[in-house]
Design a protein around this ligand. Sequence first.
Ligand SMILES: [Zn+2]
Length: 150
Amino acid sequence: MTRLHRLQPLFVEEIPTNLDEGKLYISIPYDTITHLCACGCGCEVVTPLHPAQWRLTYDGEAASLFPSVGSWGLPCRSHYIVRDNQVLWARTWSDDEVRAVRESDCLAIEEHYLADERPGAANGPEDQPQAERQTLLQRLWRRFSSGTRG
Ligand SMILES: [Zn+2]
């Protein structure tokens, strides 16, 4: 899977149904920015423009998003910063970090979950190392098996 290193800003009235990879769709009327996850997994990432959520800076050529885009709702758990049309990759979130951010910054997360809970998202290919995936499966398995204990 190819990670993108650039996103081209594209101002639109409405976010189109079919998104192209590598484009940052910016809809001022709807205060929303949408793009396909820069890891190449094909999942849609919605970042609403709001003082408590994301803010956009645009200098006529380059767009920057603040804060970073942390798609912990997606199987890929991508985490990157969009600055001057560039995708600056950050470390993948761990479970503890996801929880910590969730507690400190609830607003941003709610929107991620709304955007990410779609059929098919869980079937996307992952670029996590095999070991990490196994741990996740084991953790899930433990969660399920402890639930049926009794
Ligand atoms: Zn992704």
